[in-house]
Design a protein around this ligand. Structure first.
Ligand code: SF4
Length: 349
């Protein structure tokens, strides 16, 4: 065990990745930077996160600055990272840290777990990396490395508890943060999903997956059921001055707090036309555009049909929402699916 730890830390000292939120091996980084990067890195690559991380820090240099920001501004700055619940929780968490903790993050896994948007992985990562506590975060990279090192053939997610336990046993008490980052780096640069570069791996002499030749097939994954498809309408309402109607989605739920082209409920089965049209923001003659807009969320595919009408203030009541020019859409936090709706409408109108 000691040899495994030492070879990994020696490798990290020489080959660690330089990332904007990191400190040099042996130094403690700013907990705000670590937390911000860990939230951004959930479901998102290092390359994508880099510019967002820099932009957030330039605009909100401390957690207190972020706590004082408007949620709309945070959601707007988050555009393109997706999974917007993360941004809402990020803002909520900043407020709690600023008001209840005097702007300082709790320095233990248990303390961090009490904060909004911080689950077991993030609590372990921040506690190890920012505070050098003996925590053992397990992300996708670490899952891969450990399952190969021990040749664990049970498929994910059933194998997770075993990986967690082995990772915890291996974590060195003196440099847990560097060790966690070393495993993350090994998984990202050498023990990669398809072609692990075992010849240059510091653990090649100990790796059961390499010895038995099954490493590239690990970790195994249980087959996921196919994603269901939902359908819905988007109602494109345009005024004579060219402005279109958008509205803010409810604060909670999928894409909460973001702006949208008004739409029907998204249903598993296409509802009778009359029901879907009843959910339009106003009574009008609707024209259906050709084709549909497809988008895939974590748990389902969505197919949106776009209906178009002109708004006439003399014959229809003012609908709820905001009128904006097409250029003005850039000022609103619009999720990717709604950007697709806008592109589709502009192309087919
Ligand atoms: Fe991964 Fe190969 Fe290293 Fe094993 S020897 S941990 S499979 S890179």
């Amino acid at each position: 065990m000691k040899t495994l730890r030492r070879t990994m830390l020696d490798w990290y000292d020489r080959h660690h990745r330089t990332l904007p939120w990191r400190s040099e091996p042996g130094d403690l980084p700013n907990p705000y930077h670590v937390w911000l990067s860990e939230i951004m890195l959930q479901q998102t690559t290092v390359i994508t996160v880099g510019p967002y991380f820099a932009a957030f820090l330039a605009r909100w240099p401390t957690v207190i600055d972020l706590a004082n920001a408007e949620l709309d501004d945070v959601l707007h700055a988050w555009q393109g990272l997706g999974y917007y619940a993360r941004a809402r929780n990020l803002h909520k968490c900043a407020k709690v840290v600023a008001t209840d903790y005097d702007g300082r993050f709790p320095d233990t896994e248990d303390g961090l777990l009490k904060l909004p948007g911080i689950g077991p992985y993030t609590a372990a990562a921040v506690s190890a990396i920012a505070f050098n506590r003996p925590s053992s975060p397990v992300d996708g990279n670490i899952e891969r490395v450990i399952s190969r090192l021990f040749a664990l053939e049970t498929p994910l997610p059933d194998v997770k508890p075993e990986i967690k336990e082995k990772t915890a046993t291996l974590t060195p008490p003196d440099r847990p943060g560097d060790y966690a980052q070393a495993l993350m780096d090994l998984g990202a640069t050498i023990c990669t999903p398809r072609n692990p570069a075992c010849a240059i791996c510091p653990w090649q002499a100990f790796c059961e997956g390499r010895k038995t030749g099954i490493a590239p097939d690990l970790p195994k994954k249980r087959k996921k059921p196919a994603k269901p498809t939902r359908v819905g309408y988007a109602f494109w309402v345009q005024r004579d001055d060219g402005k279109i109607l958008i509205r803010r989605r409810p604060e909670t739920g999928l894409l909460g707090g973001l702006y949208e082209v008004p739409g029907s409920v998204w249903r598993a089965i296409k509802a009778p036309d009359a029901i879907m049209r009843d959910e339009a923001p106003l009574k009008a003659d609707w024209r259906e555009l050709g084709g549909t807009v497809g988008h895939t969320f974590t748990h389902f595919h969505l197919d949106i049909t776009v209906l178009v009408t002109r708004f006439n203030a003399n014959t229809a009541a003012e609908p709820d929402g905001v009128w904006t020019s097409i250029d003005g859409l850039a000022d609103f936090a619009l999720p990717t699916v709604m950007k697709k709706v806008v592109r589709h409408a502009l192309k087919h109108l």
